[in-house]
Design a protein around this ligand. Structure first.
Ligand code: ITT
Length: 182
């Protein structure tokens, strides 16, 4: 099985990628805090991180980096690329308190997975639409308890159900197709 190194500090992401790519790729986590460049583009952030993480190791194992965020329509896509900072500073419960004051609570999760093997760097995007609700459920991670899609929050779904719909699942599906065709 082909090894694939997932560079992230977030074990929730690795769980999802393992479940998705199981049997085809041997996914290992590298807990490495790559430089997150300032950009509005998840793809630029992820591609830069992937190349940096690849260069930091002296083997040929391909790496993937995933940059994701929650984009709330009525507030210009906030917190978007700053989702991690907002989760750490404000917290998910207070993001709900802010969203509660909005008439339109529609939002999207977006994700870009960047792959590099040192020679080729490719990015794969995924998005899912939903709305912000009061926290429910104790699965998943991050903003999952306040993101509802088709009547269920992502925190109320198991990993398989979330992957079938989620921003990350869609990006991983594109990556897997691309890898299979190489
Ligand atoms: P790495 O950068 O080390 O991968 P991170 O958790 O900081 O870990 P991101 O910058 O991509 O990852 O994530 C931005 C924020 O969005 C962060 O607060 C995550 O918890 C959250 N997030 C990302 N994907 C999510 C998902 O599928 N469900 C809920 N929240 C998510």
């Amino acid at each position: 099985m082909q090894p694939l190194r997932f560079v992230t500090t977030n074990s929730g992401k690795v769980r999802e990628a393992e479940e998705y790519l199981e049997g085809r790729y041997d996914v290992e986590q590298l807990d490495y805090d790559y430089t997150e460049i300032q950009s509005d583009s998840l793809a630029d952030i992820a591609a830069h991180g992937a190349r940096e993480a690849f260069d930091a190791r002296d083997d040929d194992v391909p790496v993937i980096v995933d940059d994701a965020g929650l984009f709330v329509n009525a507030v210009g896509g906030f917190p978007g690329p700053y989702s991690s900072y907002v989760e750490d500073t404000l917290g998910v419960e207070r993001v709900w308190r802010v969203a509660e004051t909005l008439d339109n609570r529609r939002a999207a999760f977006r994700c870009t997975v960047a792959f590099t093997d040192g020679e080729t760097t490719e990015t794969f995007d995924g998005a899912v639409q939903g709305r912000i609700v009061a926290p429910r459920g104790d699965g998943g991670f991050g903003y999952d308890p306040i993101f509802e899609h088709d009547g269920e929050t992502f925190a109320e779904m198991n990993t398989e159900a979330k992957n079938a719909l989620s921003h990350r699942g869609r990006a991983l599906a594109k990556l897997a197709d691309w890898l299979a065709e190489r």
